[in-house]
Design a binder for this molecule. Structure first.
Ligand SMILES: O=P(O)(O)OP(=O)(O)OP(=O)(O)O
Length: 166
């Protein structure tokens, strides 16, 4: 088990794209209904490039979450994404940018979430000092709608203009 400590930011401009070391297509869906009373975790199947994994995270919004992740067979993952997901499959391109010794993961969402771009950075501790690149704008770590599990229930295309601006 690991504790994932992560901060999320909105992104401005396109400059970051030139700095990306690589980009990978992600497709991910959730196998459990977190609206069920007593739900404590999200169970996610993800295909990233040609690799697939299952991920379990505690249902917490904010800096830290418990996280478990294991590889699964690619064909099984394709089938699960097709047949077992609660809600739609989220698709996005993840770009990797190294800045001041941190690897920033910038998710450019597709489909119903097109227009949304979120940068995530993992930290070793909650109080770790972080130098922000110019293209990292407003922090959204504490705003639930920016989490992928939320997007699987209420995609970006259904947000109000106010929600999109903030
Ligand atoms: O790649 P991760 O672990 O940050 O997972 P995500 O599904 O891209 O993002 P989150 O659960 O933080 O919305």
């Amino acid at each position: 088990m690991a504790r994932e400590i992560e901060r999320k930011f909105l992104v401005t401009g396109e400059e970051w794209k030139k700095l990306a070391d690589k980009q990978i297509h992600f497709a991910q869906g959730y196998l459990n209904d977190i609206q069920q009373p007593g739900s404590k975790s999200s169970v996610r199947i993800r295909i990233e490039g040609e690799q697939a994994n299952i991920n379990i995270k505690s249902l917490e919004i904010g800096l830290s979450r418990d996280e478990y992740e294991y590889p699964v067979d690619l064909d099984d993952a394709k089938k699960m994404l097709k047949t077992l997901c609660v809600g739609p499959v989220i698709e996005k391109i993840r770009y990797y940018v190294t800045f001041e010794s941190h690897i920033w993961e910038i998710d450019v969402f597709l489909g119903d979430n097109e227009g949304l771009i979120v940068a995530e950075v993992e930290l070793a501790s909650e109080d770790e000092a972080l130098q922000l690149p110019d293209w990292a704008a407003k922090e959204v770590t504490e705003i639930p709608r920016y989490y992928n599990i939320s997007l699987s229930q209420r995609p970006y295309c259904n947000w109000s203009d106010d929600e999109k601006d903030n």
